[in-house]
Design a binder for this molecule. Structure first.
Ligand code: F6R
Length: 323
């Protein structure tokens, strides 16, 4: 499983090399990204990037319901690595009924079949990966599609440079991942990822990676919203053991200050802290670096626990039950 993460820069490069499946000859009001779990995170990351670079609004749908406001002025990206996720397929079917312009993204499955049947453009993902480990294929495939359709306000240089950056930093990410895995393994308490806006999508990505690879529950705390609710929960916590993984963008002084403040509050209930300082120049670099560290550290933690990071038995159990 770890090799899949180590290959990320290669995945990103080959996604950027592929021709885009469609060119739109008209304006788009907003991009709606539908997907669950490891596929849905593409929408979260795009939404963070679009706020930061003032691109088109990006709305993320992580359920089976196509929003009522979706119209023919929008673009719906239907992302499912397997192409067989029931919620995502429901959104696809609703969009077909309502004639919403779409692009499907999958490695195969029913989504690919249905897209071909209905003449919906499809981005092909490499097969044989875990959805969560194929983030670069999905993200860069979509970034290229948006860029070539003039829907992305991010200078493409930033996108291309992030791939070189990822390649350069893989060794460092592995070393950092080793430290985090050992620290989490030793500390045992509930893992809390403490971070600051606009890193919500990265915090969520971290949670999902530790859930799925290391099979542990995780809580994500994001400042400054944290200061208006969660903070009170640490006054009299029901659970006593916490271990806090701080994630900061060193270029964001306010963000770092907020995470420092959070530590003063957590400090009343735990002494277990580790700080991941995100590397990189652009926000995209930082999100990818953090995601790679989370992927690798959660796999390493799984190995230390004698668990297979790849298997997600209960997700499969749910999918079987959901049909
Ligand atoms: C991640 C993972 C899950 C899936 C989710 C949706 O590796 O296994 O989070 O991403 O169950 O499935 P797909 O991505 O195939 O639509």
């Amino acid at each position: 499983m770890e090799e899949m993460y180590v290959e990320w820069s290669r995945q990103a490069r080959s996604a950027l090399e592929k021709p885009v499946p469609v060119r739109f000859n008209r304006g788009i009001r907003s991009v709606i990204v539908a997907g669950m779990g490891g596929s849905g995170i593409v929408g979260d990351v795009l939404s963070t990037l679009s706020s930061n670079y003032s691109s088109l609004p990006v709305i993320t749908v992580k359920n089976h319901i196509l929003p009522g406001f979706a119209s023919r002025e929008d673009l719906l990206l239907v992302v499912s690595y397997s192409g067989n996720t029931v919620e995502t397929l429901r959104v696809f079917d609703s969009a077909l009924e309502r004639n919403i312009p779409m692009v499907a993204v999958s490695s195969g499955g029913l989504l690919k079949t249905r897209a071909y049947e209905h003449g919906i453009p499809h981005i092909q993902l490499p097969e044989g990966l875990a959805p969560r480990a194929s983030l670069p294929s999905m993200l860069y495939g979509v970034l290229k599609l948006l860029y070539e359709n003039n829907l992305l306000n991010i200078p493409f240089k930033i996108v291309e440079e992030s791939v070189d950056f990822l390649e350069e930093k893989t060794g460092e990410a592995m070393a950092e991942a080793g430290l985090i895995a050992e620290w989490v393994h030793r500390s045992k308490g509930l893992l809390v990822i403490s971070t600051h806006s606009p890193l919500e999508s990265l915090g969520l990505r971290g949670k999902n990676e530790f859930n799925e690879n290391a099979k542990i529950p995780v809580k994500v705390d994001v400042a400054p919203e944290w200061m208006h609710n969660d903070i009170v929960g640490y006054e009299e916590p029901f659970f006593k053991d916490f271990t806090v993984l701080e994630v900061v963008d060193p270029g964001d002084r306010v963000g770092v200050m907020l995470v420092d403040f959070m530590r003063t509050i957590y400090g009343r209930v735990t002494k277990s802290f580790h700080r991941l300082v995100l590397e990189g120049g652009s926000l995209l670099d930082k999100i990818l670096y953090g995601s790679m560290v989370f992927g690798l550290s959660s796999c390493k933690l799984a190995r230390m626990r004698g668990i297979d990071p790849l298997k997600t038995a209960s997700i499969q159990e749910y999918k079987k039950a959901a049909g």
